[in-house]
Structure formats: C-alpha cells, structure tokens
Design a protein around this ligand. Structure first.
Ligand SMILES: Cc1ncc(COP(=O)(O)O)c(C=O)c1O
Length: 404
C-alpha cells in the first residue's frame, strides 16, 4: 500500500479503513451520499503556514485565488486567517465579502471584466484592480470619473515566459490572451501618471498554473525585476508587485515532483526583497489542492474484451481536470486490500473523455465499494457542472472531529 499521507498528512488508513482527519470516509459517504468532495481544514492551514514560514526577509500579502475553490467554508477559513483574496468576477467579489474578507484586501483580476463588474468593484473600494489591457484601463478611468472614485491599479505584464506546464493553463507567453507587453506598460504608466482617477502604483504577473519547475518563475521574476529597475531610472516608481499564483502540487502520489516551497520563497526574496515594495502572492492550488478528495461509489465493474472498466458515480461533470488537461489523479480504495487488479476508472457520462485513469492498479472492487480521487481541492468543485443533469456533488470541510 502506498503511503497516502505523503501528500496529505490528514489522510490515513486506520485498521484498513480510510480516514480524513478523525472522520472515516465511509461515514461521510453514508451521511452525505456520493460523490462528495471532502476537504481537510488542517491540511489547508498547514499549507498556509508552510508558505508564510518560508519567507524570512519579506512578509508577502497572500491573496487566496478564489477561483480554485469558492466553497464558503474554505473562503471563511481564509478570512479567519487574515488572507486577502484574488477574485475574477462580481460573483466572487460579492461572495468573498459575504464570507468576511475585508474590501481593502480584495484584488480584482481577469481579462474580461464587464462595465458592471468594474462599477461594482469601484463602489466597493477594493484594494486594487489588476488590469489586462489599454482598453480596460480607459474604461475603468471613465467609470471612476463618473463615480468620482480613485482606484489603485496594477498593470498585468505579459513577460513572454513559457511556464512549462499544460498548454491550456499557460498564461505568460506573448501569444496568450493575458497581460500587456512590457513596452506598452511603460507607455501606459507615463500616459496615466497625472490621472485624477487611476493610481497606477503596481505591476502584476501570472505566468500559468500547476508549475512544477522553478526555472519559469526564475525567468519571469528576473524580467519583472529588470522592468521595475529600468522604470525607476526613468523616475517611474512602482510600490506594489503582484507575482500571481501558479505553484504546482502533487497529483500522482509518490510520482510527481514539485520544487520545494522554500525554494520559491527564496527566489522571490532574492529578486524583490531589496526593492522595498509590497509583494502580493495569489496562490490558489497550493493552498487547497491537496486538501481535497472526491469520494465516489462503484456503480459496477464492467468486464470488457481486453480490460475491466470500474464505473464510478463521479463523472467529468464533478471533476473536469482529467478530461480537460489529461491530469492524472491518484485513486485509493476506502477499504484497503492487497488483492490488486487493473481497471480503467471511468465515470457514467456519455463522453469517451469521461475517464479518470486508464489501466490503473487498484485493490479489487465490487459494486457499492468506495474509492477516493485525490488532490481535488483546487479546480474540482469550482469547475464542476450539471452536465447530463446529474446534479452537483456535496462538499464537506473536516476539522478534527467536526464536519462543516
Ligand atoms: C491571475 C491569477 N492569479 C492566481 C491564480 C491562481 O493560480 P494557482 O491556482 O495556480 O495558484 C490564477 C489562476 O489561474 C490567475 O489567473
């Protein structure tokens, strides 16, 4: 049996039965049905603690990227831990306020903010808007003028760096839709220097997600540092840098490799600690990804000509990542056994891409047995849909003996 606690300290077998924190997963399935997303609060707190404690020279302002998981209990947990938040829609902005995040701790990102969303953000006096184009900047200035508001702006720079992650979650190459070229950034900073409504005091970058090698960060940070220094020489001063999210996590237990969080923190400090500016980080996946498992029940084992299909009641509508990004999540049985066999683990949806794993070694399963799919805390429930009208999975947050 693989050591499951390697990636989530709060998952363990006790007498052959799988627990998350102090609660048996069978009991959760019994009470809440399946499929159910189940998150460990203490794993989230540990991730946060590890991130914070990796820094020694600076104290970055951590803004949780809510798109990773907007579950109310999780956002409330972030608020209780004094985090800021990175939102990408009016819906997320409203929800984060409801969950106790202070308005002056909200960063509004996203490439396509609507007029209505911009107006709402201005009225709520949020910390800053991260702007993705010259056109967006013009619209924000017009709206701020009519509302007689002044707003802090960070310009999102496109550093033209390949994050070496999945193509669909790479955001920092010049051909991607995100950010503004370095040359244009300088032009905009000069143009709006005297604006009564826009205080362009920051830059931001976000080169992609699930980045497992440190080298793309190294390249991007160097570019942004050089940009800040060259602007300084021209008397254009930046006092806030938002370095985005993107820190990768383990999906295949005992197989995937990701840089150490202390290496990331060291790189940030090496590049920016001498600049005397505020540093914002927007981690989503790193904080919540490993905390979550999706409990699913075996509908039946279908004997194929060359292989057996393990048909489970979670589908791509609950967890889209395998079909969208070919991601490989580890799967474990809720009751351990040493009798192994290989299955294609599939969902019930009418799409060939509704597959979680192909030819996957698992203990022998039968109808109504339970399995968990790991590392689903980020971009799991938040990307789920009601496809095939299957309904949404339940979600529970476990903290010790307590279930929220
Ligand atoms: C602007 C921005 N910041 C932060 C994040 C969070 O990224 P991650 O979950 O990889 O940390 C994203 C996600 O795509 C993003 O677009």
């Amino acid at each position: 049996m693989q050591n499951i606690s390697n990636y989530n300290k709060y998952l363990s077998y006790k007498s052959g039965r799988l627990r998350i924190e102090n609660i048996f997963l069978e009991d959760i399935a019994m009470k809440y049905g399946t499929p159910t997303f189940c998150y460990s609060a203490n794993q989230i707190k540990d991730n946060l603690h590890n991130l914070k404690n990796s820094f020694s020279k600076i104290k970055p302002f951590i803004c949780y990227a809510m798109k990773a998981n907007f579950n109310k209990e999780i956002v409330k947990l972030m608020a209780k831990n004094n985090l800021g938040i990175d939102v990408v829609s009016k819906g997320e902005l409203k929800e984060s306020l409801k969950c106790g995040i202070k308005n002056n701790k909200i960063v509004f990102s996203g490439v396509g903010k609507t007029d209505e969303e911009i107006k709402f953000a201005l009225k709520k006096n949020i910390k800053q808007i991260n702007v993705e184009s010259e056109e967006e900047l013009e619209e924000i200035e017009n709206q701020a003028k009519s509302l007689k508001k002044k707003i802090n702006i960070s310009l999102r720079v496109n550093p033209n760096v390949d994050a070496q992650t999945h193509d669909k979650i790479s955001t920092g190459r010049s051909e991607d839709k995100f950010g503004i070229s370095q040359e244009k950034v300088e032009k905009l900073l000069k143009h709006y220097k005297e604006s009564k409504y826009l205080n362009i005091n920051g830059l931001s970058i976000h080169i992609g997600s699930q980045i497992c090698k440190i080298s793309p960060f190294k390249k991007a940070f160097k570019k942004i540092r050089n940009l800040i220094l060259s602007l300084k020489k021209k008397n254009i001063f930046i006092d806030c840098l938002d370095i985005g999210g993107g820190i990768g996590i383990i999906y295949e237990v005992n197989k995937d490799k990701v840089f150490k969080i202390s290496d990331y923190a060291h790189l940030v400090e090496e590049n920016f600690s001498d600049l005397g500016i505020e540093i914002i980080i927007e981690p989503g996946r790193f904080l919540v990804g490993a905390s979550g498992v999706l409990i699913s029940k075996v509908i039946r084992v279908k004997k194929g000509k060359r292989k057996d299909f393990l048909i489970v009641d979670a589908g791509m509508n609950n967890l889209l990542r395998p079909s969208l990004y070919n991601s490989k999540h580890s799967i474990f049985p809720v009751k351990s056994s040493n009798k192994k066999t290989k299955y294609d683990v599939v969902g019930p949806i009418c799409e060939t891409s509704d597959i979680f794993r192909k030819s996957y070694a698992l203990s022998k399963q039968e109808k109504n047995d339970l399995i968990i799919i790991c590392s689903v805390g980020a971009y799991g429930s938040s990307m789920s849909s009601d496809y095939n009208l299957r309904g949404f999975a339940n979600e529970v947050l476990i903290d010790g003996n307590k279930i929220f």
